[in-house]
Design a protein around this ligand. Structure first.
Ligand code: FAD
Length: 413
Protein backbone atom coordinates (compact mmCIF):
# COMPACT_ATOMS: atom_id res chain seq x y z
CA UNK A 1 0.00 0.00 0.00
CA UNK A 2 1.38 3.42 -0.87
CA UNK A 3 1.70 6.26 1.60
CA UNK A 4 -1.57 7.71 2.91
CA UNK A 5 -2.51 11.34 2.49
CA UNK A 6 -4.53 12.52 5.45
CA UNK A 7 -6.36 15.19 3.49
CA UNK A 8 -9.73 13.57 2.69
CA UNK A 9 -10.66 16.51 0.47
CA UNK A 10 -8.16 15.93 -2.30
CA UNK A 11 -10.02 16.00 -5.60
CA UNK A 12 -9.62 13.31 -8.23
CA UNK A 13 -7.54 15.82 -10.25
CA UNK A 14 -5.22 16.28 -7.27
CA UNK A 15 -4.86 12.53 -6.80
CA UNK A 16 -4.01 12.24 -10.50
CA UNK A 17 -1.52 15.13 -10.22
CA UNK A 18 0.11 13.37 -7.28
CA UNK A 19 0.43 10.13 -9.24
CA UNK A 20 1.94 11.96 -12.23
CA UNK A 21 4.50 13.89 -10.19
CA UNK A 22 5.31 10.78 -8.16
CA UNK A 23 6.06 8.96 -11.42
CA UNK A 24 8.36 11.79 -12.53
CA UNK A 25 10.03 11.82 -9.10
CA UNK A 26 10.59 8.07 -8.93
CA UNK A 27 11.37 7.31 -12.59
CA UNK A 28 13.30 10.45 -13.57
CA UNK A 29 14.49 12.45 -10.55
CA UNK A 30 15.53 9.69 -8.13
CA UNK A 31 17.70 7.71 -10.58
CA UNK A 32 19.29 10.94 -11.86
CA UNK A 33 20.00 12.14 -8.30
CA UNK A 34 21.74 8.86 -7.51
CA UNK A 35 23.85 9.10 -10.64
CA UNK A 36 24.73 12.78 -10.20
CA UNK A 37 25.61 12.26 -6.54
CA UNK A 38 28.33 9.84 -7.61
CA UNK A 39 29.94 12.28 -10.09
CA UNK A 40 33.62 12.65 -9.23
CA UNK A 41 33.56 16.41 -9.76
CA UNK A 42 30.82 19.07 -9.65
CA UNK A 43 31.85 19.97 -13.21
CA UNK A 44 30.62 16.52 -14.33
CA UNK A 45 27.16 17.27 -12.87
CA UNK A 46 26.68 20.11 -15.35
CA UNK A 47 28.60 18.66 -18.33
CA UNK A 48 26.83 18.91 -21.70
CA UNK A 49 25.99 15.19 -21.73
CA UNK A 50 24.96 15.08 -18.03
CA UNK A 51 21.64 13.47 -17.11
CA UNK A 52 20.85 16.77 -15.33
CA UNK A 53 19.80 18.27 -18.67
CA UNK A 54 17.48 15.32 -19.42
CA UNK A 55 15.74 15.88 -16.08
CA UNK A 56 15.32 19.59 -16.78
CA UNK A 57 14.08 18.95 -20.32
CA UNK A 58 11.56 16.37 -19.16
CA UNK A 59 10.28 18.67 -16.43
CA UNK A 60 9.90 21.47 -19.00
CA UNK A 61 8.02 19.18 -21.39
CA UNK A 62 5.61 18.37 -18.54
CA UNK A 63 5.17 22.11 -17.98
CA UNK A 64 6.27 22.06 -14.33
CA UNK A 65 8.29 25.26 -14.84
CA UNK A 66 5.09 27.17 -15.65
CA UNK A 67 3.56 26.46 -12.28
CA UNK A 68 5.02 29.74 -11.02
CA UNK A 69 3.52 31.83 -13.83
CA UNK A 70 0.13 33.54 -13.67
CA UNK A 71 -2.68 31.91 -15.64
CA UNK A 72 -2.85 34.95 -17.94
CA UNK A 73 0.69 34.17 -19.12
CA UNK A 74 -0.03 30.47 -19.60
CA UNK A 75 0.77 29.28 -16.06
CA UNK A 76 -0.71 26.05 -14.71
CA UNK A 77 -3.15 27.87 -12.39
CA UNK A 78 -2.56 25.57 -9.46
CA UNK A 79 -4.08 25.85 -5.99
CA UNK A 80 -1.77 25.99 -2.93
CA UNK A 81 -2.57 22.32 -2.25
CA UNK A 82 -1.61 21.41 -5.83
CA UNK A 83 1.69 23.26 -5.36
CA UNK A 84 2.32 21.45 -2.07
CA UNK A 85 1.67 18.10 -3.72
CA UNK A 86 4.18 18.83 -6.47
CA UNK A 87 6.89 20.10 -4.10
CA UNK A 88 6.56 17.18 -1.71
CA UNK A 89 6.74 14.59 -4.47
CA UNK A 90 9.71 16.32 -6.09
CA UNK A 91 11.46 16.60 -2.70
CA UNK A 92 10.92 12.85 -2.33
CA UNK A 93 12.65 12.40 -5.71
CA UNK A 94 15.63 14.66 -4.97
CA UNK A 95 16.15 17.69 -2.75
CA UNK A 96 18.93 19.08 -4.94
CA UNK A 97 17.07 18.71 -8.23
CA UNK A 98 13.94 20.22 -6.64
CA UNK A 99 15.90 23.27 -5.57
CA UNK A 100 17.57 23.45 -9.00
CA UNK A 101 14.14 23.51 -10.66
CA UNK A 102 12.61 25.89 -8.10
CA UNK A 103 15.46 28.43 -8.12
CA UNK A 104 15.54 28.01 -11.89
CA UNK A 105 12.12 29.67 -12.18
CA UNK A 106 12.63 32.57 -9.77
CA UNK A 107 13.71 35.43 -12.06
CA UNK A 108 10.95 34.64 -14.55
CA UNK A 109 8.27 34.31 -11.85
CA UNK A 110 9.24 37.68 -10.39
CA UNK A 111 9.48 39.31 -13.84
CA UNK A 112 6.00 37.96 -14.62
CA UNK A 113 4.69 39.59 -11.45
CA UNK A 114 6.59 42.88 -11.41
CA UNK A 115 8.21 43.33 -14.82
CA UNK A 116 7.20 45.68 -17.63
CA UNK A 117 5.33 44.29 -20.68
CA UNK A 118 8.60 44.51 -22.71
CA UNK A 119 10.50 42.51 -20.11
CA UNK A 120 7.76 39.87 -20.03
CA UNK A 121 7.75 39.63 -23.81
CA UNK A 122 11.53 39.46 -24.02
CA UNK A 123 12.22 36.93 -21.25
CA UNK A 124 9.14 35.39 -19.59
CA UNK A 125 7.41 34.19 -22.76
CA UNK A 126 10.55 32.47 -24.16
CA UNK A 127 11.03 30.81 -20.75
CA UNK A 128 7.42 29.63 -20.72
CA UNK A 129 7.85 28.07 -24.18
CA UNK A 130 11.27 26.60 -23.47
CA UNK A 131 11.09 22.79 -23.56
CA UNK A 132 14.83 22.38 -24.15
CA UNK A 133 15.97 23.91 -20.82
CA UNK A 134 17.87 26.63 -22.65
CA UNK A 135 16.89 29.11 -19.95
CA UNK A 136 17.77 28.50 -16.31
CA UNK A 137 17.30 31.04 -13.56
CA UNK A 138 18.96 31.67 -10.22
CA UNK A 139 18.31 33.67 -7.08
CA UNK A 140 21.40 35.80 -6.39
CA UNK A 141 21.05 37.19 -2.89
CA UNK A 142 23.77 35.83 -0.56
CA UNK A 143 27.21 37.46 -0.64
CA UNK A 144 30.58 36.37 0.74
CA UNK A 145 30.36 39.03 3.47
CA UNK A 146 26.59 38.83 3.90
CA UNK A 147 25.04 35.48 4.83
CA UNK A 148 21.48 34.66 5.82
CA UNK A 149 21.23 36.97 8.86
CA UNK A 150 22.08 40.07 6.87
CA UNK A 151 19.74 39.25 3.99
CA UNK A 152 16.74 39.67 6.26
CA UNK A 153 17.87 43.17 7.24
CA UNK A 154 19.24 44.76 4.07
CA UNK A 155 16.95 47.39 2.59
CA UNK A 156 14.71 47.46 5.67
CA UNK A 157 13.31 50.82 6.66
CA UNK A 158 11.71 49.48 9.83
CA UNK A 159 12.66 51.22 13.03
CA UNK A 160 15.59 49.75 14.96
CA UNK A 161 17.03 47.71 12.05
CA UNK A 162 20.76 48.43 11.69
CA UNK A 163 22.13 49.71 8.37
CA UNK A 164 23.72 46.81 6.46
CA UNK A 165 24.24 47.03 2.71
CA UNK A 166 24.81 44.55 -0.09
CA UNK A 167 28.34 44.72 -1.50
CA UNK A 168 26.62 44.35 -4.87
CA UNK A 169 25.53 47.85 -5.87
CA UNK A 170 23.44 49.42 -8.61
CA UNK A 171 23.82 53.03 -9.69
CA UNK A 172 21.85 54.90 -12.31
CA UNK A 173 23.93 56.40 -15.13
CA UNK A 174 21.71 58.20 -17.63
CA UNK A 175 19.22 55.61 -18.88
CA UNK A 176 21.14 52.62 -17.62
CA UNK A 177 21.82 50.88 -14.33
CA UNK A 178 25.44 49.99 -13.70
CA UNK A 179 25.97 46.92 -11.50
CA UNK A 180 29.14 45.95 -9.66
CA UNK A 181 29.93 43.43 -6.92
CA UNK A 182 29.76 39.70 -6.27
CA UNK A 183 27.35 37.01 -5.10
CA UNK A 184 28.44 34.05 -2.97
CA UNK A 185 29.43 30.56 -4.07
CA UNK A 186 26.11 29.38 -2.63
CA UNK A 187 23.90 30.68 -5.42
CA UNK A 188 21.94 27.64 -6.64
CA UNK A 189 22.41 27.16 -10.41
CA UNK A 190 25.06 29.91 -10.12
CA UNK A 191 27.37 28.60 -12.83
CA UNK A 192 24.68 27.34 -15.24
CA UNK A 193 22.06 30.07 -14.95
CA UNK A 194 21.22 32.24 -17.95
CA UNK A 195 19.26 34.81 -15.90
CA UNK A 196 19.29 35.99 -12.29
CA UNK A 197 16.93 37.55 -9.84
CA UNK A 198 19.55 39.92 -8.44
CA UNK A 199 19.41 41.70 -5.08
CA UNK A 200 21.51 44.87 -4.81
CA UNK A 201 21.82 47.96 -2.68
CA UNK A 202 21.28 51.17 -4.63
CA UNK A 203 23.79 54.04 -4.64
CA UNK A 204 23.17 57.69 -5.28
CA UNK A 205 19.56 57.97 -4.13
CA UNK A 206 20.30 59.86 -0.91
CA UNK A 207 19.07 56.96 1.27
CA UNK A 208 21.72 54.34 2.09
CA UNK A 209 19.02 51.85 3.08
CA UNK A 210 17.75 51.64 -0.50
CA UNK A 211 17.85 48.17 -2.06
CA UNK A 212 16.25 46.78 -5.20
CA UNK A 213 15.68 43.66 -7.30
CA UNK A 214 16.76 43.29 -10.91
CA UNK A 215 16.06 40.82 -13.67
CA UNK A 216 19.53 40.24 -15.07
CA UNK A 217 20.55 38.29 -18.19
CA UNK A 218 23.87 36.64 -17.36
CA UNK A 219 25.46 36.84 -20.81
CA UNK A 220 26.27 40.55 -20.59
CA UNK A 221 29.68 42.20 -20.74
CA UNK A 222 31.22 42.38 -17.25
CA UNK A 223 29.63 39.20 -15.87
CA UNK A 224 31.78 36.21 -14.93
CA UNK A 225 31.22 33.04 -12.93
CA UNK A 226 33.18 31.01 -10.37
CA UNK A 227 33.89 27.28 -10.32
CA UNK A 228 31.03 24.88 -9.49
CA UNK A 229 31.07 24.29 -5.73
CA UNK A 230 31.98 20.87 -4.32
CA UNK A 231 29.96 20.00 -1.23
CA UNK A 232 28.72 17.28 1.12
CA UNK A 233 25.03 17.07 0.19
CA UNK A 234 22.69 17.97 -2.66
CA UNK A 235 25.58 17.29 -4.99
CA UNK A 236 23.12 17.23 -7.89
CA UNK A 237 22.53 20.96 -7.28
CA UNK A 238 24.98 23.24 -9.08
CA UNK A 239 26.18 26.25 -7.07
CA UNK A 240 28.75 28.97 -7.69
CA UNK A 241 29.73 32.63 -7.54
CA UNK A 242 28.69 35.34 -9.97
CA UNK A 243 30.78 38.51 -10.42
CA UNK A 244 29.61 41.86 -11.80
CA UNK A 245 32.11 44.34 -13.19
CA UNK A 246 30.38 47.54 -14.34
CA UNK A 247 27.52 45.65 -15.98
CA UNK A 248 25.18 48.01 -17.85
CA UNK A 249 21.47 47.23 -18.17
CA UNK A 250 18.39 49.18 -19.25
CA UNK A 251 16.34 50.98 -16.64
CA UNK A 252 13.35 48.64 -16.90
CA UNK A 253 15.41 45.63 -15.73
CA UNK A 254 14.82 46.96 -12.21
CA UNK A 255 11.67 45.03 -11.32
CA UNK A 256 11.34 45.93 -7.65
CA UNK A 257 12.19 49.48 -6.63
CA UNK A 258 13.42 50.54 -3.18
CA UNK A 259 9.88 51.68 -2.26
CA UNK A 260 8.53 48.16 -2.84
CA UNK A 261 11.63 46.26 -1.75
CA UNK A 262 10.78 45.38 1.84
CA UNK A 263 7.25 44.29 1.03
CA UNK A 264 8.44 42.09 -1.84
CA UNK A 265 11.27 40.62 0.25
CA UNK A 266 8.64 39.46 2.76
CA UNK A 267 6.74 37.87 -0.11
CA UNK A 268 9.85 36.10 -1.39
CA UNK A 269 10.70 34.90 2.10
CA UNK A 270 7.21 33.52 2.58
CA UNK A 271 7.28 31.77 -0.82
CA UNK A 272 10.83 30.39 -0.59
CA UNK A 273 10.50 29.15 2.98
CA UNK A 274 7.07 27.69 2.31
CA UNK A 275 8.50 25.84 -0.70
CA UNK A 276 11.42 24.49 1.36
CA UNK A 277 8.91 23.27 3.98
CA UNK A 278 7.02 21.10 1.47
CA UNK A 279 10.16 19.94 -0.38
CA UNK A 280 11.73 18.71 2.85
CA UNK A 281 8.51 17.02 3.94
CA UNK A 282 9.14 14.93 0.82
CA UNK A 283 12.76 14.31 1.88
CA UNK A 284 11.60 13.24 5.37
CA UNK A 285 9.02 10.91 3.83
CA UNK A 286 11.65 9.40 1.54
CA UNK A 287 13.87 8.66 4.56
CA UNK A 288 10.96 7.19 6.53
CA UNK A 289 9.95 4.93 3.64
CA UNK A 290 13.52 3.64 3.22
CA UNK A 291 13.64 2.79 6.93
CA UNK A 292 10.23 1.11 6.97
CA UNK A 293 11.04 -1.06 3.95
CA UNK A 294 14.39 -2.09 5.39
CA UNK A 295 13.06 -2.83 8.88
CA UNK A 296 10.38 -5.14 7.49
CA UNK A 297 12.96 -7.12 5.51
CA UNK A 298 16.08 -7.27 7.68
CA UNK A 299 16.28 -10.11 10.21
CA UNK A 300 18.30 -9.54 13.39
CA UNK A 301 18.23 -11.57 16.63
CA UNK A 302 15.80 -14.07 15.12
CA UNK A 303 13.12 -11.66 13.90
CA UNK A 304 12.72 -8.75 11.54
CA UNK A 305 13.88 -5.37 12.82
CA UNK A 306 10.26 -4.21 12.61
CA UNK A 307 9.29 -6.82 15.20
CA UNK A 308 11.58 -5.27 17.83
CA UNK A 309 9.67 -2.87 20.05
CA UNK A 310 12.35 -0.20 20.18
CA UNK A 311 12.45 -0.15 16.38
CA UNK A 312 8.65 0.13 16.27
CA UNK A 313 8.78 3.15 18.56
CA UNK A 314 11.45 4.80 16.44
CA UNK A 315 9.51 4.15 13.23
CA UNK A 316 6.32 5.50 14.73
CA UNK A 317 8.04 8.67 15.93
CA UNK A 318 9.44 9.18 12.43
CA UNK A 319 5.98 8.70 10.91
CA UNK A 320 4.50 11.25 13.35
CA UNK A 321 7.17 13.81 12.43
CA UNK A 322 6.51 13.41 8.70
CA UNK A 323 2.76 13.85 9.18
CA UNK A 324 3.23 16.96 11.37
CA UNK A 325 5.62 18.44 8.80
CA UNK A 326 3.12 17.98 5.96
CA UNK A 327 0.25 19.41 8.00
CA UNK A 328 2.27 22.49 8.98
CA UNK A 329 3.54 23.14 5.44
CA UNK A 330 0.06 22.83 3.93
CA UNK A 331 -1.53 25.04 6.58
CA UNK A 332 1.14 27.75 6.23
CA UNK A 333 1.20 27.78 2.42
CA UNK A 334 -2.60 27.73 2.22
CA UNK A 335 -2.81 30.63 4.67
CA UNK A 336 -0.09 32.72 3.03
CA UNK A 337 -1.55 32.19 -0.45
CA UNK A 338 -4.64 34.10 0.62
CA UNK A 339 -3.04 36.65 2.95
CA UNK A 340 -1.63 39.87 1.54
CA UNK A 341 0.99 40.70 2.63
CA UNK A 342 1.90 37.13 3.55
CA UNK A 343 3.15 36.38 7.06
CA UNK A 344 6.82 35.36 6.68
CA UNK A 345 7.15 34.09 10.28
CA UNK A 346 4.74 31.23 9.56
CA UNK A 347 6.77 30.22 6.51
CA UNK A 348 10.02 30.54 8.47
CA UNK A 349 8.54 28.34 11.23
CA UNK A 350 7.60 25.71 8.64
CA UNK A 351 11.02 25.85 6.91
CA UNK A 352 12.99 25.59 10.13
CA UNK A 353 10.75 22.87 11.56
CA UNK A 354 10.49 20.73 8.44
CA UNK A 355 14.15 20.84 7.45
CA UNK A 356 15.00 19.78 11.02
CA UNK A 357 12.42 16.99 10.72
CA UNK A 358 14.00 15.87 7.43
CA UNK A 359 17.42 15.76 9.08
CA UNK A 360 16.18 13.98 12.24
CA UNK A 361 14.15 11.41 10.32
CA UNK A 362 17.04 10.78 7.91
CA UNK A 363 19.41 10.39 10.87
CA UNK A 364 17.02 7.88 12.52
CA UNK A 365 16.77 6.04 9.22
CA UNK A 366 20.58 5.76 9.03
CA UNK A 367 20.53 4.33 12.57
CA UNK A 368 17.86 1.76 11.68
CA UNK A 369 19.80 0.59 8.65
CA UNK A 370 22.84 0.04 10.86
CA UNK A 371 26.09 -0.34 8.90
CA UNK A 372 24.09 -0.32 5.67
CA UNK A 373 22.87 3.17 6.54
CA UNK A 374 26.42 4.41 6.08
CA UNK A 375 26.93 2.57 2.81
CA UNK A 376 26.59 4.14 -0.61
CA UNK A 377 24.75 0.97 -1.65
CA UNK A 378 21.61 2.38 0.02
CA UNK A 379 19.88 5.67 -0.88
CA UNK A 380 19.59 6.76 2.75
CA UNK A 381 23.27 7.73 2.88
CA UNK A 382 22.65 10.38 0.16
CA UNK A 383 19.28 11.46 1.58
CA UNK A 384 20.93 12.06 4.96
CA UNK A 385 23.61 14.29 3.40
CA UNK A 386 20.99 16.12 1.33
CA UNK A 387 18.89 16.77 4.44
CA UNK A 388 21.91 18.16 6.31
CA UNK A 389 22.42 20.87 3.71
CA UNK A 390 18.84 22.09 4.24
CA UNK A 391 19.61 23.39 7.73
CA UNK A 392 21.82 26.03 6.06
CA UNK A 393 20.11 26.37 2.68
CA UNK A 394 17.86 29.32 1.83
CA UNK A 395 18.94 30.99 5.05
CA UNK A 396 20.54 29.05 7.90
CA UNK A 397 18.01 27.94 10.47
CA UNK A 398 19.64 29.94 13.29
CA UNK A 399 19.36 33.35 11.66
CA UNK A 400 16.02 32.50 10.07
CA UNK A 401 14.73 31.75 13.56
CA UNK A 402 15.96 35.15 14.77
CA UNK A 403 14.29 36.82 11.77
CA UNK A 404 11.09 34.89 12.47
CA UNK A 405 11.14 36.04 16.08
CA UNK A 406 11.55 39.64 14.94
CA UNK A 407 8.46 39.42 12.73
CA UNK A 408 6.54 37.77 15.56
CA UNK A 409 7.43 40.43 18.12
CA UNK A 410 6.58 43.24 15.68
CA UNK A 411 3.21 41.80 14.74
CA UNK A 412 1.70 40.76 18.05
CA UNK A 413 1.19 42.83 21.17
C1 FAD B 1 22.27 23.98 -0.60
C2 FAD B 1 22.27 25.49 -0.49
C3 FAD B 1 21.58 26.24 -1.44
C4 FAD B 1 21.62 27.65 -1.39
N1 FAD B 1 21.00 28.37 -2.38
C5 FAD B 1 21.16 29.72 -2.42
C6 FAD B 1 20.63 30.48 -3.52
O1 FAD B 1 19.96 29.96 -4.42
N2 FAD B 1 20.89 31.82 -3.55
C7 FAD B 1 21.62 32.44 -2.59
O2 FAD B 1 21.84 33.63 -2.72
N3 FAD B 1 22.09 31.75 -1.52
C8 FAD B 1 21.89 30.42 -1.42
N4 FAD B 1 22.39 29.70 -0.35
C9 FAD B 1 23.08 30.43 0.69
C10 FAD B 1 22.48 30.34 2.06
O3 FAD B 1 21.31 31.09 2.15
C11 FAD B 1 23.57 30.78 3.05
O4 FAD B 1 24.58 29.79 3.03
C12 FAD B 1 23.05 30.96 4.41
O5 FAD B 1 22.20 32.03 4.42
C13 FAD B 1 24.17 31.15 5.44
O6 FAD B 1 25.07 32.14 5.01
P1 FAD B 1 26.64 31.85 5.15
O7 FAD B 1 26.90 30.53 4.53
O8 FAD B 1 27.36 33.04 4.66
O9 FAD B 1 26.88 31.67 6.71
P2 FAD B 1 27.19 32.81 7.79
O10 FAD B 1 26.35 34.00 7.55
O11 FAD B 1 28.65 32.96 7.89
O12 FAD B 1 26.67 32.10 9.11
C14 FAD B 1 27.31 30.94 9.65
C15 FAD B 1 26.60 30.56 10.95
O13 FAD B 1 26.82 31.59 11.91
C16 FAD B 1 25.66 31.80 12.70
N5 FAD B 1 25.20 33.21 12.50
C17 FAD B 1 25.43 34.00 11.42
N6 FAD B 1 24.87 35.22 11.57
C18 FAD B 1 24.28 35.20 12.79
C19 FAD B 1 23.52 36.16 13.54
N7 FAD B 1 23.26 37.38 13.04
N8 FAD B 1 23.06 35.79 14.74
C20 FAD B 1 23.30 34.54 15.23
N9 FAD B 1 23.98 33.59 14.58
C21 FAD B 1 24.48 33.91 13.37
C22 FAD B 1 24.62 30.78 12.23
O14 FAD B 1 24.69 29.63 13.04
C23 FAD B 1 25.08 30.45 10.81
O15 FAD B 1 24.67 29.14 10.41
C24 FAD B 1 22.34 28.31 -0.36
C25 FAD B 1 23.00 27.54 0.62
C26 FAD B 1 22.98 26.16 0.56
C27 FAD B 1 23.71 25.38 1.62
Amino acid sequence: MSYLDLNPNLTSEQLTLKEEVRRFASEVMRPAAEKLDKCASPADVIAKDSILWDVLRQSRELGYHTRVLPEALGGLALSPTDQNIISEEMGWGSAGLSVCMGAGTMPYAMAAMFGSPELIEEFVIPFRDDTKAKYVGCWAITEPEHGGGDQLLIGSKREGIPLIRHDTRAKLDGDEWVIRGQKAAWVSNGTIATHALLHTSVDGTGDERDAALFFLPLNLKGISKGKPLDKIGQRDLNQGEIYFDEVRIPKHYMIVSPEMHEHVLDMILAGANGGMATTFTGVARAAFEEALKYCKARVASGKTLAQHQLVQKRLFDMFTKVECARALARAVNGYNAQTMPPEPHYAVAAKVHNTQVAFDVASDAVQLLGGNGLSKEYPIERIFRDARAALIEDGDNDTLTLGGARYLLERYS
